[in-house]
Design a binder for this molecule. Structure first.
Ligand code: ACO
Length: 453
């Protein structure tokens, strides 16, 4: 770890004591101070809510230069992969570290397509969900339940088990997602068809009905494959960090990926694509844009411009640039070229990029500003947008999980805290206690204090 001899000295002004901390270098990116010895030798923790300056691991999978707007998968620029590769080739690259030869790709594709079916008893699991359950709610539950079906691949110390679990997750995710959608609209599940591509198979499981032939639209298939490539991994984002943290305790991979899906769901992360479309619909017309920009800038208004800003990118998100181009192509070929929401999105982007508030804070469109518009043009309903993200990101989650579990000195993830609660105090017998003004059990339940479903 860290080939250059470089340290950072930290001095405590109160005591005059100093500690030298080693500085670690990766192949790309800024150096990192190794604070491992800080508590042991100096008696301090670090405090960094939101992990703004904290690296949680070493990883050889994905690199982002947020200032330059660069994204590399295993060293390959996202632009090159988006133009020349396919999703399964990228999945192989992320999992195994190198682009596959033709034989390797054929073998990998064969393995994935042969794991696409889900156990028949899993189908009855869906029936337990309310008829209009959000597909992300169903995804969290069903993916978590896979650990109850595949006991033969949950020994995380066995590399073969890890690999089979990875293949199963990547292969079954589109089937589970398609079934979640079919359940939410009351249509029969469509079984996977192994002769189709990964994206084509998913489109069929979403849109085919048993009573009719379904032909995959090549434009939709290509667009979806590209979106899957762009969303496949993004280093230590909230959902990936969640997968790693859950996995660090030794939890099985199916449970870990379910935790990643839950973390992805929030509107500050993968839920943003759904939120963008809702926001565009809410704005409604180009003439209302200035009013919404003012809301986004108003500190007393919780409204934010969805699909804008990123913790790491302080430049145009390279994925947004690629997807913006694809959005034009898709709307021209399969959607409505003059979709008012697309025109609204273009104008909103243009005005925000000229606005001092967004310029000063380096707020640019992120990948999800445009992905929702493509999904909409492909006929994918809004509540499936984050599910689409989850399908693609499963590859990244699994690759990051495998990398972590494979490390010889892997430890449970366990951050510390600054404790702000009461100092140590003695237990009071109940007769001597007063009701706390907002203590548990005192909330006004508005008549809700009854058994409900
Ligand atoms: N609209 C308006 N103001 C914004 C926005 C936005 N979308 N994003 C950030 N800001 C402002 C903040 O109010 C803050 O202003 P201040 O310095 O005056 O207080 C400043 O920009 C920095 O914002 P933070 O919230 O500190 O940045 P952070 O890195 O914590 O948040 C995030 C990043 C969550 C992505 C944020 O930009 C956001 O909420 N964006 C909208 C949701 C979104 O698009 N999420 C998708 C992310 S990409 C992905 O997951 C694929």
């Amino acid at each position: 770890m860290g080939d250059k001899k470089h340290t950072l000295t930290l001095t405590d002004n109160a005591t005059g004591k100093a500690i030298e901390l080693p500085v670690r270098y990766g192949t790309e990116g800024p150096p990192a101070v190794d604070i491992g010895p800080l508590y042991r030798d100096f008696g301090y923790f670090t405090y960094d809510p939101g992990f703004v300056s904290t690296g949680s691991c070493r990883s050889a999978i994905t690199f982002i230069d947020g200032d330059q707007g660069v994204l590399l998968y295993r060293g390959y620029p996202i632009e090159q992969l988006a133009e020349k590769s396919t999703f399964l080739e990228v999945a192989y690259l992320l999992l195994y570290g190198e682009l596959p030869s033709q034989d390797q790709l054929d073998g990998f594709t064969n393995v994935i397509v042969r794991h696409t079916m889900i156990n028949e008893s899993l189908k009855s699991f869906y029936q337990g969900f309310y008829h209009d359950a959000h597909p992300m709610a169903t995804m969290v539950g069903v993916v978590g339940s896979l650990s109850a079906f595949y006991h033969d691949s949950t020994d995380i110390r066995n590399p073969q088990h890890r690999e089979i679990a990875a293949h199963r997750l990547i292969a079954k995710m589109p089937t589970i997602a398609g079934a979640s959608y079919k359940h939410s609209i009351g249509e029969p599940f469509v079984y996977p068809k192994n002769s189709l591509s990964y994206a084509g198979n998913f489109l069929r499981m979403m849109f085919a009905v048993p009573s009719e032939e379904y032909v995959v639209d090549p434009v939709a298939e290509k667009a979806l494959d590209l979106i899957f490539i762009l969303h496949a991994d993004h280093e230590q984002n909230a959902s990936t960090s969640t997968v790693r943290l859950a996995g660090s305790s030794g939890a099985n991979p199916f449970a870990c990926i379910a935790s990643g899906i839950a973390a992805l769901w929030g509107p500050a992360h993968g839920g943003a694509n759904e939120a963008v479309l809702r926001m565009l619909a809410q704005i409604g017309d180009v003439k209302h844009i200035p009013q919404y920009l003012a809301k986004a800038k108003d500190k007393n208004d919780p409204f934010r411009l969805m699909g804008f800003g990123h913790r790491v990118y302080k430049n145009y998100d390279p994925r947004a640039r690629i997807i913006r181009k694809m959005c034009h192509e898709v709307l021209e070929k399969v959607g409505d070229q003059h979709d008012p929401l697309f025109e609204l999105a273009l104008r909103l982007e243009e005005l925000a990029l000229k606005d001092d508030y967004f310029i000063e804070r380096k707020l640019y469109p992120n990948v999800d500003f445009y992905s929702g518009l493509i999904y909409k043009a492909l006929g994918i309903p809004t509540n499936m947008f984050t599910v689409m993200f989850a399908i693609a990101r499963t590859v990244g989650w699994v690759a990051q999980w495998m990398e972590m579990i494979g490390e010889p000195d892997q430890k449970i993830g366990r951050p510390r805290q600054i404790y702000d609660g009461p100092a140590a105090r003695d237990y009071l017998p109940i007769r001597r206690r007063k009701s706390a003004p907002h203590g548990a059990g005192t909330a006004d339940l508005n008549g809700e204090a009854r058994n409900t479903d």
